[in-house]
Design a protein around this ligand. Structure first.
Ligand code: SAH
Length: 339
């Protein structure tokens, strides 16, 4: 087992079962995450017999960085996992901190028409340790602290729900990586039962919904998942989440030229989400050579933005990162695999 998939509570149980004091778990966490040693032998206040046991029971491996592309305020990583599979992460340097976009699966089965990641079908879920490992590998590589995490890399986080929840718990732990819940964002294409389950967790973690269209006809064209969970069900689940958590939700809306970027769509979107404690994040589309969609020009994005504003919808336009480093989610992996 990889130790980076263990919560403090898991390690406490582990030590108790061994007949050791449970505070050892916190000592080990301190070495792993605060002092950041990469070998059990360096845990100098842990006795030899315990170190030997830890070595027998756990590995300490991280996803291996096999490629890094650097752009302005952006570093894009390609990792090889222990079984040879590839995933990506993207580090974005903001004025408020360093944000890492993390992958949750190898490939994705959601099949969104505009998305590069989904062209390669899901091979498997990522383990909790492999998600934690992306953060550690990037921190170690760039020698900086990651302050924000977004689950917007390859995969659908709510299709790997249990591992993702455990991941959130581990990175949020004050004894470990200590990323504040409000600095963690989970993005989903709209898996309704999981949105409700997530609401019931009582976490302060942010929720983002990939909406991308204001009506079922268009959304079903863009996102296969809309055949299973219709827009009104997604909106109803979002209402449930807002009522339960009192937290604001983000609706992500990729601007696709001549597809979902006209005035009618803006008005329809405004009336769909009117009155909700939510805001819309308009996302400039990252074009990729394999997919025919084009990005909407800035002028038209601002027109769309103005319509939403006029209709009292909170709206922002996402800053563009990494178009020079093939940062369209899944692009690096697809290029590497020659597909
Ligand atoms: N499966 C989850 C999280 C991964 S995708 C989800 O659907 O939310 C993260 C976000 O990036 C989603 O909003 C997705 O629609 C968007 N995205 C995918 N391909 C993109 C591209 N080429 N350009 C811009 N955004 C893209």
């Amino acid at each position: 087992m990889n130790i980076y998939g263990q919560t403090v509570e898991d390690l406490e149980k582990y030590f108790e079962n061994m007949g050791e004091k449970k505070f050892k778990a916190i000592q080990v966490y301190d070495w792993l995450y605060k002092k950041r040693v990469i070998s059990f032998d360096d845990m100098s206040n842990v006795k030899k017999s315990v170190i030997e046991k830890l070595k027998d029971d756990f590995t300490l491996s991280l996803p291996k960085i096999i490629k890094r592309e650097d752009g302005k305020d952006v570093h894009k990583y390609l990792f090889r996992l222990t079984d040879g599979n590839l995933v990506e992460a993207v580090l974005m340097v903001h004025d408020y901190g360093n944000s890492l976009c993390v992958s949750s699966q190898v490939g994705c089965n959601m099949g969104c028409a505009f998305c590069e990641s989904g062209r390669l079908k899901k091979k498997r879920d990522l383990g909790t340790d492999e998600m934690v490992g992306q953060i550690l590998a990037v921190q170690d590589d760039l020698n900086l602290r990651i302050s924000h995490v977004v689950l917007m890399g390859i995969g659908e986080p709510f299709d790997n729900y249990d591992n993702v929840m455990k991941f959130v718990k581990i990175i949020n732990c004050p004894k470990g990586i200590d990323i504040g819940a409000r600095h963690i964002t989970i993005s989903t294409c709209g898996i309704v039962p999981k949105i409700k389950e997530f609401a019931d967790e009582g976490l302060q973690v942010n929720l983002a919904i990939s909406l991308h269209a204001p009506n079922d006809v268009l959304r079903t064209r863009l996102m296969k998942i809309n055949k299973v969970y219709k827009l009104h069900e997604v909106i109803e689940a979002v209402k449930y989440y807002i009522n339960k958590t009192n937290r604001r939700v983000t609706f992500e809306y990729i601007m696709l030229k001549d597809v979902n970027d006209n005035e009618k769509c803006a008005l329809e979107l405004a009336s769909l989400i009117k009155g909700l404690n939510a805001y819309v994040n308009l996302i400039p589309y990252n074009e990729t050579s394999h997919i025919e969609f084009k990005k909407t020009n800035n002028e038209k994005v601002m027109k769309f933005y103005d319509i939403l504003k006029r209709n009292k919808i909170n709206v922002t336009v996402r800053r563009e990162f990494g178009s020079e480093v093939s940062a369209a989610c899944g692009q690096l992996r697809a290029n590497e695999e020659g597909q």
